[in-house]
Design a protein around this ligand. Sequence first.
Ligand code: UDP
Length: 327
Amino acid sequence: MTTSPRSTYLITGGSGFVGSHLSDALLARGDSVVVLDNLSTGRLANLTPHPNLRFVQGSVLDELMVDELVHQCDVVVHLAAAVGVKLIVEQPLRSFTTNIRGSEIVIEAAHRYRRKILVTSTSEIYGKNSSGALAESADRILGSPTVARWAYSTAKAVDEILANTYHKERGLPAIIVRLFNTVGPRQSPAYGMVIPRLVRQAVSGVPLTVYGDGTQTRCFAHVEDVVRALLLLLDHDDAVGNTYNIGVGDEVSILELAKLISELAGSTSRVDLIPYAEAYERGFEDMTRRVPDTTRLRALTGWAPVRTLDDILRAIIDEARAEASQR
Ligand code: UDP
């Protein structure tokens, strides 16, 4: 039923936001971790040093290195990706190459050595489908391929298809997860994610930038709840061969979110509504709503989130204040 404890996990992208929290959790329960990361968006400082942690600086595009590391490990968690709407819109080629070719290399190596692999996909898969809680079978409604934003969604869909078909046709033990908006300490504000951005704006007393009229909604999950879901799936043999949403269904509008952040941070910053027009010219397109249906994950594993939005925001405000005081 479970992967035996003290396995060695390879985490690609392991010094990024989600990967570093997963690494901490695996090490804490006695497993060993090898992190492969090119430090393009991840940071070495995210990793907590541990005798059972090995860091390898390198790219998932390096086939020989990936082959060697997958061979040395028992389980692969593939998190390496170019993420963040800002990064994707500014560098769609890099995003597309890493997210398609890199994933193909990692999935092929997992198949070569028959390793269990968890492939991380995204709620971006659903695109502009805003029809309430989205189950894994919900339709993808994407904009034009000429709009840079959809490169990420398209690349991740290709990853899912690769992992799925390797599972069905070649028996690869693959699990696919779609992460909805995940937040928490160590998430960089540099690549567009709304909470780290608005929190830093509130803490430093500059206007909070809300795009459009702020009526668009999102649901946010704390990275610790997300990591717990990842571990439950990794440990459950029946998880293989399926796709799981991971997220928390509490919906908040971005304008409400900005006001809440301002209030919790005791900030005097005003909220600026930034018209979409200019961003849309640069290949951005927003989604009005994105709510996860996590029935499948809960039914299989009994997972339930424990962190609330207030709780999440307070933790990130504390982190932003600590950073500001160090400058
Ligand atoms: N957003 C915003 N101001 C910002 C960054 C993002 O209003 O400074 C909005 C963005 O337009 C979207 C939501 O916040 O409606 C979530 O954006 P994010 O990039 O964090 O994630 P997404 O869910 O769009 O992938």
